[in-house]
Design a protein around this ligand. Sequence first.
Ligand code: DGI
Ligand code: FE
Ligand code: FE
Length: 189
Amino acid sequence: MDSKYQSYIDLIKSKLSPYRFNHSVEVAKSAVYLAEKYGGDSEKMYVAGLLHDVLKEADRDETFYYVDKYVIPLTVLEEVTPKLWHAIVGAEFIRNELGIDDDEIITAVRYHTTGRKNMTLSEKILFIADFISADRDYNGADEMRERAEKSLECAMDMGLSFTIADLVEHGRPVHPDTVDAYNDIKLQE
Ligand code: DGI
Ligand code: FE
Ligand code: FE
C-alpha cells in the first residue's frame, strides 16, 4: 500500500514535524487494523490516517488561506478554537488540493477531532485510531486499546468522556458535535 500512496507520505513529511509525521503513519496503521477487525475499508482508512492531521501544523495564515479559498463556513466557536481548524480545513484541503473525492475518507478526516451525531464506521475508526496509535502514551492509552478490542462504541465512550472532561477541566468550550457524539453513545448504552 505504501508505494501507491508515496505522494501522500511525501506531502505529510514536508508539512509536519518528525513527531507528527510518525504519529500520522502510526494512526494509518491503527486505522487499517481497526478496519480489518470491524469490517471497514482498509485502504480508505489507511489514506484517512495518513492525511488526518495534514494541516495540524499549518499557521493561521495558511489555514485561513484555505478557509477563504474554499469558502469554508466556521461558527464563532470554531473560529476561536485553533485546535479544531485542522480537521475542518484539512477535509477541504484533501478534497480540493489532493482531489480525493471519497466521502468516507473526507468525513473521517472532517470529524476526527470532535466526532458528531450518527458517526459512520469509518469516522469511528479514524477517531479511535487517533487515540490508540503506537505513539500515544497518555494515561489510559492501554485501557483505550483494550476497549478498542471490545467494541468501537466502548472506545468512543472513553475517548469522548476523556476529551470532554479535559476540556471542562481547562475551562475550554466544548464543540456541539463533541456533545452530540457523546450523547449518541450514552443513549445507545
Ligand atoms: O490532532 P491530534 O492532536 O492528533 O488529535 P485531535 O485532532 O483529536 O486534537 C485533539 C485536541 O483537540 C485536544 O487538544 C482537544 C481538542 N478538542 C477536541 N474536541 C474539542 C477540542 N477542543 C475544543 N475546544 N472543543 C472540542 O469539542
Ligand atoms: Fe487531529
Ligand atoms: Fe492525530
